[in-house]
Design a protein around this ligand. Structure first.
Ligand SMILES: [Zn+2]
Length: 422
């Protein structure tokens, strides 16, 4: 065993992981645990009992987020926070989210059992509604950081019940009359750390167990509506057509090749996940086609430039194919860098624990991105087998979760020291 390494209790971790996997279990390996449903409140209760057993003081805030707090040796110091989420996609897997909450809990117990003192208080959080299956992505952390409030909650439908998020949060243990006091304050938090499964293939391909995240990619999303002329599929000869779907297809292929030709280091992706042709009939040339786009990358400037090129290409295709085309509802989320200081703490912690680490970027948005509004953040990735996630096939080796907990414990022991400034 490496000097200074801290070791997890495998048996305890395994039992807890299997227990939570059964709450909202779908088939053999899947999970259906949308936030604010019965399985969700059950798993939150289970996590709360684990926090209490670890000697933590727990609370559920206005939005249904669960916190467990362990005081530090000194009063009035900002909190060192860590955690993730317990809700799932529908269907989803057993690792996305719970891996971060359970390893955080294990890390706290490791410190306690090794009698490692900490001056700062430590809080574990299980954010509610990280997955879009509840109606909004990163809901709990957005609400706790004041990015959204009662208005957005009232305007968002919770798909499993058809109620508003505002109503369902109140029905399942939240309390919207406490919104004001549930918003986290900047000066009250020193740092935020989230462990998450990678949801991509890089760690597995490189045979590395610990990923140190340097940034979370930014995105630009929007809709494009192409308008041509509906016509008879047999009657209208090809040269006379103003086919909206063909214009959309040409646009999508052009954009794909542009993104594919960019250097891999930019980590650019483009996805057209929604394609709707109208009137949508086999024998009618579609008069209107609507597509969505989701463009992601590591550099806000490059993303902006690509958006400009998309607009230019749209204009060219419109002229060439004699169709109309408008881009609308464009939404931008900037790139979210993690703290360089926390990156080096994580790298060192992996080395001390005896595991290789790799620096990589996150293609998915996480609660940590919201917390970045308040404090320096850090993220640890552990491997996803075949890069799969948001599916019952999602799998992470238990051994990698154990390693994640051990690295988290070492990092936490540093972050919670008063002498370690971030
Ligand atoms: Zn997640």
């Amino acid at each position: 065993m490496k000097k200074n390494a801290l070791r997890a209790n495998r048996k305890r971790m395994k039992e807890e992981f299997e227990h939570q996997s059964k709450i909202g279990q779908l088939g053999k390996t899947g999970l259906s645990r949308v936030a604010f449903t019965v399985p969700f409140t059950k798993v939150r209760k289970y996590a709360q009992s684990l926090m209490k057993n670890a000697g933590m003081k727990t609370k559920i805030d206005a939005f249904g987020n669960l916190y467990g707090r362990k005081e530090g040796k000194q009063k009035n110091l900002p909190t060192v926070m860590l955690g993730s989420h317990l809700d799932s996609q529908n269907p989803g897997g057993r690792f996305d989210g719970p891996a971060g909450v359970l390893t955080a809990l294990e890390a706290i117990r490791i410190l306690k059992e090794n009698k490692i003192d900490h001056e700062h208080p430590i809080e574990v959080v299980a954010f509610a509604g990280e997955e879009s299956s509840c109606g909004m992505t990163v809901f709990g952390s957005s609400a706790a950081t004041g990015v959204i409030g009662a208005k957005e909650m009232k305007n968002t439908i919770h798909p499993p019940t058809g109620k508003s998020l505002y109503e369902i949060v109140n029905k399942t243990g939240g309390n919207t009359s406490k919104i004001r006091t549930s918003i986290l304050q900047k000066k009250s938090i020193k740092s935020f750390l989230e462990l998450h499964i990678e949801q991509g293939p890089i760690l597995e391909t490189n045979k590395v167990s610990i990923g140190v995240v340097d940034l979370v990619v930014g995105y630009i999303r929007g809709q494009i509506i192409f308008k041509g002329v509906s016509a008879h599929s047999g009657g209208q000869p090809m040269p006379y057509r103003r086919d909206s779907s063909m214009a959309a297809a040409e646009f999508m292929l052009e954009m794909e090749s542009m993104v594919k030709n960019a250097p891999e280091s930019q980590r650019l992706t483009i996805t057209f996940g929604e394609i709707n042709a109208r009137p949508g009939w086999i024998s009618i040339v579609p008069g209107e086609t609507e597509i969505s786009f989701d463009l992601r990358g590591k550099n806000d400037e490059i993303l902006k430039r690509i958006l400009e090129r998309m607009k230019k290409k749209l204009l060219e295709i419109k002229q060439k194919r004699k169709v109309h085309g408008i881009m609308k509802d464009v939404l931008k989320l900037p790139v979210c860098p993690t703290s360089k200081k926390i990156q080096s703490i994580l790298k060192r912690a992996s080395k001390t624990a005896g595991f290789r680490s790799l620096k990589l970027s996150s293609g998915g948005v996480h609660d940590a991105c919201r917390m970045a509004k308040l404090c320096p953040i850090g993220m640890i990735f552990i491997p996803s087998v075949k890069g799969l996630s948001h599916t019952p096939e999602e799998f992470t080796h238990f051994e990698d979760m154990v390693k994640g907990a051990e690295v988290t414990a070492l990092a936490l022991s540093e972050l919670s020291k008063k002498s370690v400034k971030i």
